[in-house]
Design a protein around this ligand. Structure first.
Ligand code: ADP
Ligand code: ZN
Length: 725
């Protein structure tokens, strides 16, 4: 049976392999056993019932609460020539009757239903005369009052299920809350059911938190490198949505607002424009997002801080359903936090306690210096199994400019001590900079030995340092008064036993290019942008003709592969992601024509798409090759940095790539770039022997933070160059 399922996967849907758990779930369902599937958004839940639906003789029912989505889902299935229909209150009486007639004639494989439609006596009567093999409950969390979209009708599904004694029941949800999951299991109470729980780590989402500094500017910077990409920007209030919308519009962005203050009609229209790729950006309150199935949302930005981790996760979850890399940027400020705190203070009793706990968990995520996936996964009861994900700002900051801030930290901490740990960062900054502010003079702080010893830095820099020291647990901040207190760890810095390293400025919204290299495929890196745009236009034209969203025809991934492999004929086309036999026949010719023309005009050769074989990376090949060769010929690292107009760290990265690509490097040139004593170098090498050289954060901690990252990077290269076999 599973063989036939695989066949459908390849030939109907045009996909190569099952995603994690899909095969297990499908096997179970085909064996006619109940199951509950918990998978994050974009995990591929639909195939878990669509493929069995194709293989069963009888009907598959899909209960879904989102009327707005049913049409699109059915449309997508029809694109594969799968006989699917839906019944809900949006149909005209004639359409409704036509669908009922089709059902009676046995012409339907899949039936999508709103719960209230299913509960109507005439529907139940109609269906009880049909052979139903699979009864699917989508968005199963609607059954729980603890979920965010509780639907009372869902509670009655258990009873309706008895109408179909031969049907297997499959419930699916993307809910991340353990409590809701438990609730679903209990309420559904399926006999001998098995629960399939996928990991909630969305690997393709890049997570970044930046301090909110000049948010409009930061947003414009962020959008500048994302032209033509689809994205959502979440704001706290309607007013904020409107203000930002005006700003973005003014700058020429293709954008619409969305919030509950707009009429239903305007909201529906703006959503539709977004889904159909007529506009790129939606600025919205949290009212936006339910029922958005758009797979190519490339970024989700939080202009204001979200309320808790759960809403954050749900909102960023709307990015990257298609599995391509997508960016999530959150702008964080203390005043946003205070706003949330203000709302919490209005609450009482248990409700207040829960909200405070939520805020605390969110702060853990925002202020961590570790991989962001750790607190995030942890919140959902999962332990993130790696030290680094390579796809969050913290994991990349190992490679970013981590500075040695020991001296300034000592000044700051001792100033905190001298002012009896009674003041906040602003005041400390004033004292350090020798300000004659009233508060300084009145407290006699101009008499302190730490007065006026910090003129090398601006007030802003000192404040940033204060925040960083809190993040790194050298200081704790009193929640009510904002005063800073020294922690045990701070003593070691004051005594000169511990050095402090860190990144002062967290306001920049640039999202690491390194991550692009690390995580994207060759296709994502090297597809022909111009051809892709042409294919997109073609797709949009076809979609408009049929009145459907573009992604229903093909997802972006398909077009990207076309613009990378340049398939010549229909056979080549079948190897492309998302092209099955039906779509190949339907759309193949039009796209092939464009590809052929482009290939001819630009003299490009088709690439063979060899299934299941990863090709070697070749992105930015020239640069690292060049640098590696010049280095081996005797040029020094700092010379190369100057010659290429880049920082030394960039040269070191190129050399690392050069090594990793299987070339040799002369080790003496690397050692020369290190300013550590031979004894220190040996110490580092010993640690690398012990814990490995790959993860510098571990080496750094193992060395008690005494050697900075820039030195460690040199040593890492040295280590790698020596230990090659
Ligand atoms: P969910 O309902 O869990 O959010 P979907 O079922 O909408 O996820 O799937 C997300 C995307 O991934 C869709 O575009 C879908 O076609 C695609 N997809 C699902 N399964 C696979 C697979 N095995 N291989 C490739 N793409 C897949
Ligand atoms: Zn990480």
């Amino acid at each position: 049976m599973i063989k036939e399922a695989r066949n459908k996967l390849n030939n109907v849907f045009g996909y190569e392999d099952f995603r994690p758990l899909q095969e297990d779930v499908i096997t179970r369902v085909l064996g006619k056993k109940h199951a509950l599937v918990i998978m994050p958004t974009g995990g591929g839940k639909s195939l878990c019932y669509q493929i069995p639906a194709l293989l069963f003789d009888g009907l598959t029912i899909v209960v879904s609460p989102l009327i707005s989505l049913m049409k699109d889902q059915v449309e997508q299935l029809r694109q594969y020539e799968i006989p699917a229909i839906y019944l809900n209150s949006s149909l005209s009486p004639e359409e409704y009757q036509a669908n009922v007639a089709k059902l009676k004639r046995g012409e339907v494989k899949m039936l999508y239903l709103a719960p209230e439609t299913l509960l109507m006596p005439q529907t139940r009567e109609l269906l009880s005369n049909l052979q139903v093999d699979l009864f699917t409950i989508d968005e199963a969390h609607c059954i729980s009052e603890w979920g965010h979209d509780f639907r009372p009708e869902y509670r009655q599904l258990n009873e309706v299920r008895e109408d179909f004694p031969d049907a297997t029941c499959l419930a699916l949800t993307a809910t991340a809350t353990p409590r809701v999951r438990k609730d679903i299991e209990q309420i559904l109470d399926l006999d001998n059911s098995e629960t399939f729980l996928a990991s909630f780590d969305r690997k393709n989402l890049f997570l970044k938190v930046a301090d909110k500094d000049d948010p409009v500017e930061q947003t414009l910077d962020f959008l500048y490198t994302r032209k033509k990409q689809s994205g959502i920007i979440y704001c706290f209030s309607r007013r904020q949505v409107e203000e930002l919308y005006v700003e973005l519009k003014k700058e020429g962005h293709s954008v619409k607002p969305y919030h509950a203050g707009l009429s239903k009609k305007v909201r529906a229209r703006n959503q539709e424009l977004f889904i159909r790729d007529d506009i790129s950006i939606i600025v919205a309150t949290i009212a936006f997002g339910m029922g958005i199935d758009k797979p190519n949302v490339r970024f989700v930005m939080h202009y204001d801080m979200p309320k808790n981790i759960e809403s954050y996760y749900q909102q960023i979850g709307r990015a990257g359903r298609d599995g391509l890399r997508s960016d999530c940027l959150l702008l964080y400020s203390r005043s946003d936090k205070q706003k949330i705190q203000y709302f919490i203070n209005q609450k009482e009793g248990q409700e207040k306690e829960v909200a405070e706990k939520h805020l605390k968990d969110l702060m853990k995520f925002l202020e961590t210096d570790e991989c962001r996936r750790k607190p995030l996964m942890n919140y959902f009861g999962e332990t993130y199994p790696h030290d680094e994900c390579g796809m969050c700002d913290n994991c990349l900051s190992v490679d970013a400019e981590v500075e040695d801030l020991t001296v300034q930290s000592q000044k700051f901490l001792s100033c905190v001590a001298r002012t009896d740990q009674q003041f906040g960062a602003y005041h400390i900054a004033d004292v350090l900079r020798g300000s004659s502010a009233k508060k300084v003079i009145e407290n006699g702080h101009n008499e302190l030995s730490t007065y006026d010893i910090g003129n090398e830095w601006s007030k802003e820099q000192w404040i940033l340092l204060g925040r960083m020291l809190v993040r790194q647990d050298y200081l704790s901040r009193d929640e009510n008064y904002g005063s800073l207190k020294l922690t045990e760890q701070a003593r070691a810095v004051l005594n000169g036993q511990e050095n402090v390293f860190g990144v002062l400025d967290r306001t920049d919204t640039v999202i690491g290019d390194d991550a692009i290299e690390r995580t994207s495929s060759d296709v994502e890196n090297d597809y022909e942008r111009d051809l892709f745009e042409q294919l997109r236009e073609k797709r949009k034209e076809m979609a408009d003709q049929q009145g459907i969203p573009p992604y229903v025809i093909f997802p972006d991934t398909t077009l990207m592969e076309m613009a990378y492999y340049f398939p010549r004929d229909e056979d080549d086309l079948l190897a492309i992601y998302g092209v099955g036999s039906v779509k190949q026949k339907k759309y193949g010719k039009d796209f092939l024509k464009l590809i052929g023309k482009y290939a001819e005009e630009n003299d490009v050769e088709p690439r063979q798409k060899s299934l299941k074989k990863k090709k070697k990376k070749k992105s930015s090949a020239k640069k690292f090759q060049q640098v590696g060769e010049a280095f081996n010929k005797g040029q020094s690292i700092d010379h190369l940095a100057e010659e290429h107009g880049v920082k030394e760290v960039t040269i070191i990265k190129h050399l690392k790539t050069y090594l990793e690509e299987g070339n040799d490097l002369r080790t003496e040139g690397i050692a020369a770039a290190s300013s550590l004593s031979v004894r220190k170098r040996d110490e580092v090498m010993d640690v690398m022997d012990e814990v490995g050289a790959r993860m510098l954060r571990i080496v750094y901690n193992k060395l008690d933070k005494t050697i900075g990252y820039s030195e460690l990077r040199v040593m890492q290269l040295y280590y790698m160059a020596q230990n090659r076999d």
